[in-house]
Write a protein that binds this ligand. Structure first.
Ligand code: FES
Length: 403
């Protein structure tokens, strides 16, 4: 039944009309057919396809990639397509090691086209001081089943916002989102000019060397500049990715800058980019993982360094009393205690770990404070980027993940 709705000044007659609305509503209800509601809606099926909370995959292949990285080819467990993604996005891998259930983010470094064939590629660099990457390198094998999130993240090309020319500054395994972008341009999923300035220590350690060179040779919009810091070789740039080098490949043009690499690289590049005064439209970076040295961040309360606090965690009506170091994110304390807490990016950006701080104080480094205004207003924090600064009480949402 069509309703004739007019918008204008509200007067006494409108109030009269409004008083008739319950009758009109009742007529609409009564005229609705009595057939039962459909059991499934097409829109829900599409939402599940494009934004599944978790996806089940199997390791189809493991390849050594450079000196200390491995590429995992993941296939959907049911043989169907995996959720589509924008080149530059990542998935979060859920993993249990001992009693600890945790997540790690890895960029999707294959072509977006492969997702329609049920295939993702991720690359994991070994960090012997890390908790997860040595476990993956030493224990993951072909045929193993894994649980991964839907694609997440915002480091992708957006034609409304970004320039036609993108300068990608990558360090080590930070090449992975740009490998995905290079494939996406080659396969017609993206249309921009990509110059990747890629810093590695030595030639033998270059991740995706062969693939990058092949894509650059096959596609005139992809350019790759290899930079070696620890050896001199013909055909390479040398040293760090400096202001001079950036100027050499970006001067005279309006460019968008994407960065992906370790924190030390960002600290250095911030200074180098600042020197140039070039017309950079945007400078955007991927943050993988939390800040490891909160005591070096501006505003860190010196007196908490090295201390351990008690945290009362309220989750699904249960209460857990756990210890938490002031030098580690609260999310890590939850995981060390064997609690399952939601997470994805682990760098303060996505909001999946959003929890309510009921009592106490936390330190949140400004560069990883991705909370919205409403979070601040109503006392929510992101435990992945919050460091205990006193005893705490925190309400944590449930994570119903079965690994
Ligand atoms: S896991 Fe993304 S904000 Fe905490």
């Amino acid at each position: 039944m069509a309703l004739n709705v007019k918008i204008g000044k509200i007067g006494p007659l409108d109030m009269l009309k409004f008083s008739k609305m319950p009758d009109v509503r009742e007529q609409v209800i009564q005229s609705t057919p009595l057939s039962p509601l459909p059991k499934a809606y097409a829109s829900n099926a599409k939402a599940e396809l494009y934004h599944p909370k978790w996806q089940k995959v199997v390791i189809d292949e493991i390849r050594q990639n450079g000196a200390d990285a491995k590429t995992l080819v993941l296939k959907s467990e049911n043989g169907k397509a995996l959720a589509p993604f924008r080149a530059g996005q990542y998935i979060s891998l859920a993993i249990t090691i001992g009693q600890t259930c945790t997540t790690r983010s890895y960029s999707l470094c294959g072509s977006p086209e492969w997702a329609y064939q049920g295939i993702y590629n991720i690359t994991v660099k070994r960090d012997d001081e890390g908790f997860v990457s040595p476990f993956i390198h030493d224990h993951f094998e072909v045929g193993q089943k894994l649980t991964i999130s839907s694609p997440e993240g915002h480091l992708y090309y957006e034609p409304i916002r970004d320039c036609k020319k993108v300068l990608a500054l990558a360090g080590g395994s930070g090449i992975t989102p740009f490998m995905g972008m290079a494939y996406a341009i080659r396969d017609g999923f993206e249309d921009f000019d990509l110059t990747i300035i890629f810093g590695s220590r030595k030639e033998e350690g270059i991740v995706y060397r062969k693939e990058l060179d092949e894509v650059a040779a096959a596609c005139s919009k992809v350019h790759i500049v290899h930079v070696l810091s620890d050896e001199e070789k013909e055909g390479f740039e040398h040293g760090f990715i400096s202001a001079d080098l950036i100027e050499k490949y970006a001067a005279g043009e309006e460019v968008t800058v994407f960065m992906c690499g370790p924190q030390a690289m960002y600290n250095f590049l911030d200074g180098e980019i600042g020197k140039l005064g070039l017309d950079f439209k945007h400078v955007r970076r991927e943050l993988f993982g939390t800040i490891k040295d909160p005591w070096n961040q501006e505003g860190y309360p010196e007196e908490i360094h090295g201390k351990t606090y008690q945290v009362k965690v309220v989750q699904c009506g249960q209460i857990y009393d756990i210890p938490a170091s002031a030098d580690e994110p609260l999310l890590v304390a939850f995981e060390r205690a064997g609690l399952k807490a939601p997470s994805r990016c682990r760098s303060g950006e996505c909001g999946w770990c959003r929890s309510r701080l009921l009592k106490g104080d936390v330190f949140i480094p400004a560069k990883t404070d991705g909370r919205r205004w409403s979070d601040l207003e109503y006392g929510y924090i992101h435990p992945c980027s919050s460091f205990p600064a006193s005893d705490l009480e925190v309400e944590v949402p449930a994570e119903y993940l079965n690994l």
